[in-house]
Write a protein that binds this ligand. Structure first.
Ligand code: C2E
Ligand code: CA
Ligand code: CA
Ligand code: CA
Length: 277
């Protein structure tokens, strides 16, 4: 018994140790990742469920490091947030994603929007609004084509945050509440924030067909959005069945593997922009 206990302890311990070293390694490699051009943006189409048109592309960050290989954003984004690295990385993402949008405009897709994920850490940065303004001005992009996806957090409740979101909104940018229904969920902010849309978290959408409760949650979120005059986007749509049900529920837009996986810009162009024209 003693032996077993000891082994268990060691197992637990070495697990913790390897987690710690992996995190250290990610932190170290992240510091040079921008300079070494290890980041790439993938894009996933957002589809109008009524017309099947592509209305937007969400940019999703990919990191391929020579030592660590491909690291999932779910793993490295939180570390980039903790270390503050998300600030320069986020700037690169915004600039790169909007530059791509301009490229698509040159290719004839003039009303395609680009949706960019922004972490709370970025919104808290006092320079954030100015930085966004600069990127928009430098590229000469119409702010109507720019959507920022933000997530719920305690920090979002501060008056200063609401003022900041209003400033972004006044620039003509759209704001979307990502992962809606998870996190620091509270309905009280919904009429305080200048939001344009809600994104239903994929955990609800993916369980919709198997689970009546998830189905009810999705329906409720769609109803809330309609009441508040917000558009609603379902993420994580993997099958035709879900797409159909979401459409009958009145969900406006959808995104997921059923339509397309996130792809590099050249593949997006081949599969979606040229093929459909
Ligand atoms: P998110 O913003 O909620 O993005 C949706 C995630 O679901 C993406 O994962 C996407 O690839 C994945 N996904 C899309 N359709 C489906 C589907 O049908 N089924 C399933 N199972 N998954 C689907 P990804 O690209 O790994 O990104 C994970 C998270 O990392 C994002 O979640 C976002 O929170 C964060 N992230 C990604 N790129 C950026 C970025 O540029 N900046 C910031 N701050 N965060 C980012
Ligand atoms: Ca998102
Ligand atoms: Ca999400
Ligand atoms: Ca997320």
């Amino acid at each position: 018994v003693k032996e077993k206990g000891k082994n268990n302890y060691q197992l637990f311990n070495s697990d913790m140790q390897s987690n710690f070293y992996r995190k250290m390694m990610i932190e170290k490699q992240l510091r040079t990742a921008l300079d070494n051009e290890e980041f790439e943006l993938y894009y996933q189409p957002i589809i109008d469920l009524k017309t099947s048109d592509i209305i937007a592309m969400e940019s999703l960050l990919r990191w391929n490091n020579p030592i660590l290989g491909l690291v999932s954003p779910d793993e490295f984004i939180s570390i980039a947030e903790e270390t503050g690295m998300i600030l320069p990385i986020g700037k690169w993402v915004l600039n790169t994603a909007l530059k791509q949008n301009i490229q698509w405009q040159h290719e004839g897709y003039k009303s395609l929007k680009t949706s960019v994920n922004v972490s709370v850490r970025q919104l808290l940065d006092p320079n954030f609004v100015d930085d966004v303004k600069k990127v928009l001005d430098n590229l000469g992009i119409n702010a109507d084509l720019v959507v920022l996806e933000i997530t719920e957090s305690i920090a979002m409740y501060a008056d200063s945050m609401i003022a900041k979101l209003n400033t972004l909104k006044d620039l003509g940018i759209s704001l979307s509440m990502d992962d809606f229904g998870t996190g620091y969920s509270s309905l009280s902010y919904l009429n305080k924030y200048p939001l344009d849309s809600l994104k239903i978290d994929k955990s609800f959408v993916m369980g919709m067909n198997q689970d009546d409760e998830n189905n009810a949650i999705v329906k409720t979120i769609v109803a809330i959005a309609q009441q508040l005059d917000l558009s609603v986007i379902a993420e994580g749509v993997e099958g035709q069945e879900e797409a159909h049900v979401l459409n009958t529920m009145g969900c406006d837009f959808a995104q997921g593997y059923y339509f397309s996986r996130p792809l590099p810009a050249n593949e997006i162009k081949e599969k979606w922009l040229i093929a459909r024209d």
